[in-house]
Design a protein around this ligand. Structure first.
Ligand SMILES: NC(=O)c1ccc[n+]([C@@H]2O[C@H](COP(=O)([O-])OP(=O)(O)OC[C@H]3O[C@@H](n4cnc5c(N)ncnc54)[C@H](OP(=O)(O)O)[C@@H]3O)[C@@H](O)[C@H]2O)c1
Length: 180
């Protein structure tokens, strides 16, 4: 089990605007899905709210200090899942969701996972898990988004070194970093 940060950043380290990701690159979405499927993904409540549905085939771990998040989860699943008889689409095809109240609870869960724990954002959650993140996977988005409101810290890759990189469609560069 490793704790791995995964993020897409623009040229100014922006990651979000108005509660969502201000670009759409299907190659990066596919890469994110392939990388994280079968693993646990920890995210902040705001990032959770930006998803249409739980991430499929992944354990969705949502951090929130509010007790109301879980109820909204059920509504969201009900909204998103097919309504009438769909035997091929049982709810378990959707990822499981747990809501935890603090970082300590996430770290207490981690040793019991037989998979990696991906830290998938947003800004607050990336900042919070910086000391625990052992690897970063960073997609460079070739844009400078105007009016972005959430950013990665300038030095988030301090004490990390690039291990390998690859290029996705649309010339998106992905770099895998490990602690130096
Ligand atoms: N480019 C990317 O790769 C990427 C990835 C993910 C997200 N994003 C973007 O990032 C933005 C969201 O980032 P954000 O920083 O505003 O929000 P966030 O990190 O997604 O969520 C913040 C929320 O997490 C909960 N939280 C924070 N610290 C906590 C703690 N110590 N204990 C318990 N709960 C805690 C709180 O929820 P409560 O208020 O419910 O207590 C807080 O409001 C969006 O625009 C999103 O699209 C970008």
């Amino acid at each position: 089990m490793s704790i791995i940060g995964i993020v897409a950043v623009d040229r100014n380290r922006a990651i979000g605007k108005g509660g969502s990701i201000p670009w759409h690159y299907s190659a990066d979405m596919k890469f994110f899905r392939e990388q994280t499927t079968g693993h646990a993904c920890v995210m902040g409540r705001r990032t959770w709210e930006s998803l249409k549905r739980p991430l499929k085939d992944r354990l969705n771990v949502v951090l929130s200090r509010s007790a109301g998040v879980e109820a909204r989860t059920e509504e969201r699943e009900a909204e998103q899942l097919p309504q009438s008889p769909q035997p091929q689409s049982p709810p378990q095809q959707t990822g499981g969701v747990i809501v935890l109240p603090d970082k300590r609870s996430v770290l207490a869960l981690a040793p019991y996972l037989s998979c990696h724990l991906y830290v998938i954002g947003g800004e607050q959650i990336y900042r919070m898990f910086r000391p625990e993140i052992e690897q970063w996977i960073v997609t460079e988005i070739p844009l400078a988004v105007e009016g972005a409101d959430t950013f990665m810290p300038t030095d988030f890759l301090q004490n990390f070194r690039p291990r390998r990189s690859l290029t996705l469609a649309d010339e998106l560069k992905v770099t895998f970093y490990e602690r130096a």
